[in-house]
Design a protein around this ligand. Structure first.
Ligand SMILES: Cc1cc2nc3c(=O)[nH]c(=O)nc-3n(C[C@H](O)[C@H](O)[C@H](O)COP(=O)(O)OP(=O)(O)OC[C@H]3O[C@@H](n4cnc5c(N)ncnc54)[C@H](O)[C@@H]3O)c2cc1C
Length: 373
């Protein structure tokens, strides 16, 4: 049966971006419909490390879905030369994305339909027309495409045709109790084992999220490197199911909207090119998209995201280039410096400015050159 219905806004995708957009729009009184292709809550391959600054955007508590707040960060180079620094203010919270995204959506005043894929979107003279895989035709004034890294809607809207996707692999692993104990209060980052990327161990309530991501170029043998490197930390992952996924890294400002449609989150290519962090930018872009609709400024959305990216993502482009071209020098003289961790903690907490972090990191690097043999 074909039905014709109308909303203020249709949101495609109920990840961090789509759920947040639904929340902010619902708060503003908009009639919102969220369409999600999977059944909710859905698993998303993701380290689930969320900067504390994200939680402050919402008036409700995230305590029910925060699995851990690590007090330490461990950095290592190919399993050696490790340093362990306190994370002042515990600026990173660990979540599982099925529960985190669903938690936001449950606070949203929106109609949600899961198991429903958006197949096609068309702009009309006075709105948007959405066709689902089931054949339903739905109408709205605006559409937010929050349909993830492979955004089919971005393509249909003629946006992000040159998008660059990089690779990552994640496993959810329950280790021996002694290993769990060792990582329960720490986030570990390992560098040097693959070009242009790193590995991580993030603690969750009853297990570890373990992964590897390559932030530039083509992902090669990621799983093999993950298995090999994690043995050094006492993790045998051969029999643990693994999930490959892509990351749309930020490469600079670009058009992210049309007259009535906007891209948010991974669909907009807003992943940090150094760390692969994308949840924060998904939530912030969703908030900007909601604001653009509420204020009647949808055509200005791309500029609003570009302004946001200028302070939060653009400086990282330079750092990423430097880091991945000279990883050993950056690790030895920069990452291992305790002050660098303090700067990043401030950055994740939303307390450090662009100028402060760049100057601080430069000083860390110079200090490392002078002090270390
Ligand atoms: C292995 C890995 C580890 C990561 N670790 C971290 C981390 O620790 N911290 C961090 O900040 N970021 C991390 N990221 C990045 C982060 O996962 C993404 O940036 C984030 O998920 C973006 O959220 P989103 O809502 O834009 O997209 P998604 O979370 O991908 O949500 C998109 C949703 O749209 C749905 N959808 C797709 N197509 C359609 C359609 N046609 N119709 C309806 N629904 C559709 C999908 O089913 C999905 O639910 C990681 C990424 C990977 C791959």
């Amino acid at each position: 049966m074909v039905r014709t219905l109308h909303w203020d806004v249709i949101i495609a995708g109920a990840g961090a971006a789509g759920s947040s957009a639904a929340y902010f729009l619902g708060e503003a009184g908009a009639r919102v419909l969220v369409l999600e292709k999977d059944r909710l809550p859905r698993y998303k391959p993701c380290g689930g490390a969320v900067p504390a600054a994200v939680f402050r955007l919402f008036p409700f508590s995230f305590d029910p879905v925060i699995e851990r707040r690590p007090s330490y960060v461990i950095y290592s180079w190919r399993g050696e030369q490790a340093v362990r620094w306190p994370l002042a203010g515990r600026p990173i919270c660990m979540v599982m994305r099925d529960r985190f995204d669903w938690h936001i959506l449950q606070h949203a005043q929106a109609e949600v339909r899961d198991g429903m894929t958006v197949e096609e979107v068309q702009e009309t003279a006075d709105g948007v027309r959405v066709r689902t895989a089931g054949g339903d035709i739905l109408h709205a004034d605006y559409l937010i495409a929050a349909d993830g890294a492979h955004s089919r809607l971005a393509h249909q809207l003629g946006l992000r045709r040159q998008r660059e996707l990089v690779g990552a692999v994640e496993v959810e692993h329950t280790p021996a109790p002694a290993v769990m104990e060792r990582f329960a209060d720490s986030a570990l980052f390992e560098f040097g084992a693959l070009r242009n990327g790193y590995l991580w161990i993030f603690p969750k309530g009853d297990h570890l999220s373990v992964g590897i991501g390559q932030l530039r170029g083509k992902g090669s043998e990621l799983r093999a490197v993950l298995l090999r490197e994690m043995r050094k930390f006492g993790l045998e992952l051969e029999n643990t199911p693994w999930h490959g996924h892509t990351l749309p890294v930020y490469r600079g400002p670009e058009p992210l909207g049309t007259t009535r449609c906007m891209l948010a989150g991974d669909a907009a290519g807003l992943v940090d090119p150094l760390s692969g962090e994308g949840i924060r930018h998904a939530v912030f872009s969703a908030r900007l998209a909601a604001k653009a609709i509420v204020q009647g400024k949808v055509p200005a959305y791309s500029r609003a995201v570009a302004r946001y990216a200028r302070s939060r993502l653009h400086p990282i482009l330079l750092l990423a280039r430097l880091f991945y071209e000279h990883p050993w020098a950056c690790y030895r003289y920069g990452v291992r410096n305790r002050r660098a961790t303090e700067l990043f903690a401030g950055w994740l907490n939303g307390q450090s400015s662009k100028a402060r972090i760049m100057t601080g990191l430069l000083l860390c690097f110079l200090e490392g050159l002078v002090r270390l043999p």
